[in-house]
Design a binder for this molecule. Structure first.
Ligand SMILES: *Cc1c(COP(=O)(O)O)cnc(C)c1O
Length: 403
């Protein structure tokens, strides 16, 4: 069976983890701090904070910005549940926007949904393709008069906060720059299936306007993500430094040095090895499927942006959801694992129960109905790629009378 996206764990990573285990320091400490510094350099952002997930990062920023009941947060209907669940955790209202043909949030629909209650927009770089950040930034800057600040941070910003869910897009390019500086704040995921993994993990990269002191915010959020404790375990170790205080009811979202050890190795060879490999796999799929008129290929690069080659979202023209499902069953019959990214949130029981209806997001539904995500991972060999292509072609052609 060809798996969908196993992590790449080689001897180098194993050695680094063992070294960390033996070092005497396994929770947040020197490796995490070093990983933060390397990520900050890699993304060229003002500061990076590592946490135990991207979900924690998104929620931490909503909490920092004071998002609360009565507030609205605009995000795409087409994303993983984490993007919306964190809004619910804060008691605020997720407002879904439809998407464009390229799977990313439809900025015209975002504009229609902006109100005086909108506090944050969370665009998602689906499959690794960056959103249209110039347009998103213009939108929030042109609508400052609508924004109703209710606390110090909101007054200081004076407009809607742009918080990117960049869970898929570390290393992607927008306007000749790596992702991480196009929004006020970007959040990356290092979950096991993501391009760059720490098993579980995430990072926030800050690029707030200069009226904000990102170093001060970093220090504040270190405390907020560790119980509201004013000293972390490492600083408590210093001689005589045992006393600490709790200054708020914070969370427990810190990254461990074991996770950071994996991340440091992954990041070091990310551009020169991982991204190169993933691009080769994408190119092979694109070359093969471009021969078939039923295949709709994903955008991976244009004059403004380049994907991080995270997920290959193939679409089959003209099919409906049922046909897509039967094509997927047929592909699995041939020992190839595929997936769908994503089931739109208005189709999920919880979001349905809140009154969201998929009929209001026609492009999200259409893209979902025709989408099949193909395996992309470091250890995928040429003969595996051939097997995936053959399985998809024969599965689609066997359902041809439905097309
Ligand atoms: C994976 C993912 C997340 C959550 O990442 P975690 O690190 O698992 O919390 C958020 N958004 C999207 C779009 C994702 O795919």
């Amino acid at each position: 069976m060809i798996p969908f996206s196993p992590p790449r764990i080689d001897q180098k990573i194993i050695d680094e983890v063992i070294e960390t285990l033996k070092s005497g320091w396994i929770t947040t400490g020197p490796k995490t701090k070093l990983f933060e510094k390397k990520l900050q350099e890699y993304t060229n952002s003002k500061r990076c904070l590592c946490l135990n997930s991207a979900t924690a990062g998104l929620e931490l920023i909503l909490r920092w910005f004071g998002v609360k009941p009565g507030d609205e947060v605009i995000l795409p209907a087409y994303t993983y549940c984490a993007t919306a669940n964190v809004v619910i955790h804060c008691g605020a209202t997720p407002v879904f926007a439809d998407i464009c043909d390229d799977f990313n949030i439809d900025i015209k629909d975002v504009a229609n949904k902006l109100t005086e209650r909108t506090k944050v927009i969370i665009p998602v770089d689906i499959c690794g393709l960056p959103c249209d950040y110039d347009e998103l930034n213009s939108l929030i800057n042109n609508n400052k008069n609508l924004f109703t600040p209710e606390n110090e941070e909101q007054k200081k910003l004076g407009r809607v906060l742009l918080l990117s869910d960049s869970a898929h897009s570390i290393g992607a390019i927008y306007d000749n720059k790596k992702l991480g500086t196009q929004s006020d704040v970007s959040v990356f995921s290092f979950h096991a299936v993501k391009n760059l993994t720490t098993a579980e993990g995430g990072a926030i990269s800050f690029n707030l306007p200069n009226t904000f002191d990102c170093e001060e915010i970093y220090n504040k959020l270190c405390i907020k993500s560790l119980h509201g404790q004013n000293k972390d375990a490492l600083s408590k170790l210093k001689k005589g430094s045992w006393r600490y205080d709790i200054i708020e009811a914070g969370y427990k979202w810190n990254m461990t040095d074991i996770q950071a050890a994996i991340g440091l190795i992954e990041l070091e060879r990310y551009d020169s090895d991982m991204l190169v490999k993933r691009k080769q796999i994408f190119d092979k799929y694109t070359e093969s499927f471009s021969k078939y008129s039923w295949a709709k290929l994903p955008i991976t690069i244009n004059n403004k942006k380049e994907t991080s080659y995270h997920v290959y979202p193939l679409r089959i023209n003209g099919i409906n959801e049922d046909t897509r499902d039967s094509i997927i069953s047929e592909i699995f019959e041939q020992e190839v694992s595929v997936n769908v990214h994503f089931i739109p949130l208005p189709l999920m029981s919880f979001y349905k129960s809140l009154g969201y209806n998929i009929k209001d997001y026609p492009v999200a539904y259409k893209n979902y109905s025709q989408e099949i995500s193909l395996p992309v991972y470091y250890d995928l060999r040429d003969q595996d790629i051939e097997k995936v292509i053959n399985a998809v072609v024969s599965a689609v052609e066997s359902k041809k009378n439905n097309l």
